[in-house]
Design a protein around this ligand. Sequence first.
Ligand code: LLP
Length: 487
Amino acid sequence: MNGVPIDAPLGVTYHEFMVNLERSYHVAGFRLPGTCRVNEQGTLVVGGVEVTNLVQRFGTPLYVFDEAHFRSRCREYRAALARFYPQSRLLYAGKACLTTGLVRLLLQEGLGLDVVSGGELYTALKAGFPAANIVMHGNNKTPEELELALTSGVGRFVVDSFDELDLLEQMAARFNTTAEIWLRVTPGIEAHTHSHIQTGQIDSKFGFPLVNGQALAAVQRALVLPHLRLRGIHAHIGSQILETEPFRLLVGVLAEFLATVRASTGQVLSELDLGGGLGIRYTEADDPPAPSDMVQVIATALERECKERELPLPQLVLEPGRSLVGEAGLTLYTVGTRKEIPGVRTYVSVDGGMADNPRVALYQAEYTCALANRMLDEPEETVTIAGRFCESGDILIKDVRLPRARRGDILVVFSTGAYHYSMASNYNRVPRPAMVTVYEGEADLLVERETYEDLTRLDRIPARYRKWAAAEAAASGSYRNEDGLAR
Ligand code: LLP
């Protein structure tokens, strides 16, 4: 069997452990992540809190954040770096999921932060994150974003194009400062992952290609710009990568580039950021390497490749997102309509879908789900979990074995911590879910549930339109409020 929970979290009783074992048969071999376990009533418990309790207090759909799991992933990465390559830094890729509360947690766990927009930067600064520990990414940072980053004292800028080299130079000069930069290069490595989340190949909107000499030309250009200080090289080869080999190849390619830079400019660059990309378990078929395995492969390769070229060891930077936060998240939904089409399919619809999880429609992503209030019930039927949004493609999971789902049951989808909340939309004017952190038996809001009021908060009715409505109201004699809306 695939999913035996040999690494049961501390504090789990033997009985709970056995129930968990039992459980992993029910979710088709998928070992429940993090602190998830099942109590005697068959209710899923996460962070020490029963999900039925969460649903009562916070409603559904609900993003649940297993704080202990997130912390343990941060620590696993940090411990592996400290052990295998002490001259290193761990950044969290905020694009995976960022809120002001999460920023506080990153501070406590001692991580730096990678941001990719003014909004992520603002979130970090607002929560009190030190700008010096922030790295600013983006293939098209706007002048306004660069200004915010420059004036707040962001630690590193990852420059992505010749155009941006010049823009940043001009702006740094204008603000009378020096920007410390890395150049993002495209190393020409194709990781085995969905084409939309591959970024290391040559034909990419990201970075300077190595093979055609543009990366070296960018180094040469950066070195003569007086308000930029070139510190290192950055590369990111893709996401949801389930093997260590592409990272080992990446290290070789980048070490070779550092040697080329030294040979042609005399400069020895001292920082090397290998991006993120390590995959996680969405279904029992996914078998990603542990962060510590990946770190060890990278560290060993980097030492060897540098030694061969007599390069000093650079500072190593990693910036994972998904592999820190992905399995720490789960989404709870309430089951609603059930539609049986005899001989074809049974649809079980839930109160969320593609607006809170766009990954199925975008990347044909696959997930594991269960009835969280009936974890010990035997599966009885094969159903398809449909979302509530107005598109046929709004399907969350196809052909899953479940106990017979009834209206009001709670459906849990696992591994929804990365690129769910951060990619959520208000499609169909459905308010976005709340997010709660659960930890040692307590549940607290990280993000409030949006309200209908929030949905119209930024809408404006142009003055001209108000006149039309007022005229219509006068004609019909019906009562309208000041915005011209019927009461
Ligand atoms: N660094 C850079 C420069 C990146 O572009 C990314 C992700 C990361 C780090 C973090 O990668 P991770 O460790 O999370 O794989 N929305 C897609 C994933 C897009 C990844 C974008 N860049 C998805 O839901 O699968």
